[in-house]
Write a protein that binds this ligand. Structure first.
Ligand code: MG
Length: 451
């Protein structure tokens, strides 16, 4: 096994190919050794959830640590549990988020509820590669099932919004959980906020994910039409582990993650002046809205733990990613799909229909391309793009962001997949499209020349 196990989002792989019960068991031993004490564990709804959870749990107990099994939960719900229970030293979430159902993953959570830092991951990796000493038979750990975590999480969210105002508004929403981890928590949250909810793909008994679990516009077509035909105030779609969500307007219009991030940034700044943190891949739309609201924007490398840690250090007001991952610092320093739902409801109640709010935003055109690229060639491709872009204004926070007077292009290797991503943005659609094609072709040419 190579030294580095963890990608941008924990350890992920195809079940019984790279993500095996053997790997999970050894990971469990390493995690139990590093975290010690009591470790919480939860899963999403994948068919491999139990297999991986039992193997990890067995490993944790074998080195003398105890396991608290929280069942199926959104990733932010186990993070909240770990953060608020002092006897819990850390957490393990079994999920591959938006990846297809054949994948699963192991994600570690620090005692403060944040995603494990690279330093913590390195410590686990170091143990993983060694023989791990098991506890003697009479000091092995125990496993206990706890059922309150979902409700604790939902109640915490409700305490962070103007629940009375939302309850009075008697809103109606359509919800699509991709048959994933939010099937219990988000309907419960909505019910407690007196919101009438119509669900699709919110049944954990049927096959995950019901629709492809990345909540892109193409993947949530049923929800778009349902929201419109039901005349709902809002449509909500989660990814598989519900750390993210995207929104749909009453008229069945898909609201991109950039737009909801911009909107909720403006809303946060209307309450408290300060800093908004987001990765370099985010639309300039957010920057424009933030500056208009007299806020300050700061860009980081891509990856939600990086955004969350920077927010923590800098005392940011709000932050998040262009993919529907939003971070609310007065709740917790991680992406939180449930919290995003509650805050968006509050924002609609206070500021008017989502449709109207979206129509006031400036228009940017963002074109996103991906090119298959073997991991070992990523660095060479990046070097070639740098050479080709010599003389241009470049931001190397993550990959390469080439900044023009009328837009930008970001070319960056994926942290989780053998892919190169090319994002291009401009207020002029043709410019955005033209540059996206040019850089996509450039990546392809580099790959051809290199192979
Ligand atoms: Mg996710």
């Amino acid at each position: 096994m190579p030294g580095r196990l963890f990608g941008t989002n924990g350890v992920r792989g195809v079940v019984n190919e790279d993500m095996t019960s053997d790997l999970a068991l050894q990971m469990g031993k390493a995690i139990g050794t590093v975290m010690g004490g009591t470790v919480a564990i939860a899963t999403d709804t994948r068919n491999s959830a139990h297999m991986i959870k039992m193997a990890v749990s067995s490993g944790i107990m074998s080195v003398g640590a105890d396991v608290i099994d929280l069942g199926v939960l959104p990733t932010p719900a186990i993070q909240y549990y770990v953060k608020t229970h002092d006897d819990v030293r850390g957490g393990v979430m079994i999920t591959a988020s938006h990846n297809p159902p054949q994948f699963n993953g192991i994600k570690c959570i620090s005692s403060d509820g944040t995603e494990a830092s690279r330093k913590d991951e390195e410590e686990i990796e170091a143990h993983y590669s060694n023989d791990i000493l098991c506890a003697s038979w009479n000091t092995i750990g125990s496993m206990q099932r706890v059922r309150d975590a979902a409700e604790e999480y939902v109640n915490a969210i409700i305490s962070k919004v103007d629940a009375e105002a939302i309850r009075k508004a008697e809103l109606k929403v359509c919800l699509d959980c991709a048959n994933g981890a939010a099937y219990e928590t988000t309907p419960l949250l909505l019910k407690k906020l007196n919101v009438r909810v119509i669900t699709i793909n919110s049944n954990p008994q049927v096959e995950f994910p019901g629709r492809p679990s990345e909540p892109t516009e193409e993947n949530v077509g049923d929800l778009l039409s349902l929201t419109e035909s039901m005349g709902s105030d809002l449509g909500i779609a989660h990814d598989g582990d519900a750390d993210r969500c995207v929104f749909i307007t009453t008229n069945g219009k898909y609201v991109s993650g950039d737009k909801s991030l911009a909107l909720l940034s403006g809303y946060a700044l209307s309450k408290r002046a300060g800093l908004i943190v987001t990765p370099v891949s985010t639309s300039s739309l957010v920057e424009e809205v933030v500056e208009e609201a007299h806020g300050v924007i700061e860009y980081t490398a891509v990856g939600s733990p990086i955004v969350a840690r920077r927010m923590m250090e800098a005392g940011a007001v709000f932050g998040g990613e262009e993919n529907g991952g939003l971070i609310f610092p007065d709740h917790q320093y991680c992406r939180d799909g449930g919290m995003a739902v509650a805050k968006m409801l509050e924002c609609i109640v206070k500021e008017g229909p989502l449709e109207n709010q979206i129509s006031r935003l400036p228009t940017y055109y963002t074109v996103k391309k991906k090119v298959e690229c073997p991991n070992e060639m990523k660095k060479d491709v990046l070097d070639r793009i740098a050479k080709e872009s010599a003389g241009a204004k470049i931001d190397r926070t993550d990959g390469m962001k080439i900044i023009f007077d009328d837009g930008w292009v970001l070319a960056r290797p994926s942290g989780t997949e053998p892919l190169f991503r090319v994002f291009s943005e401009s207020k002029d659609a043709d410019v955005a499209e033209g540059r996206a094609e040019r850089y996509e072709n450039l990546v392809r040419e580099c790959l051809q020349d290199l192979s």
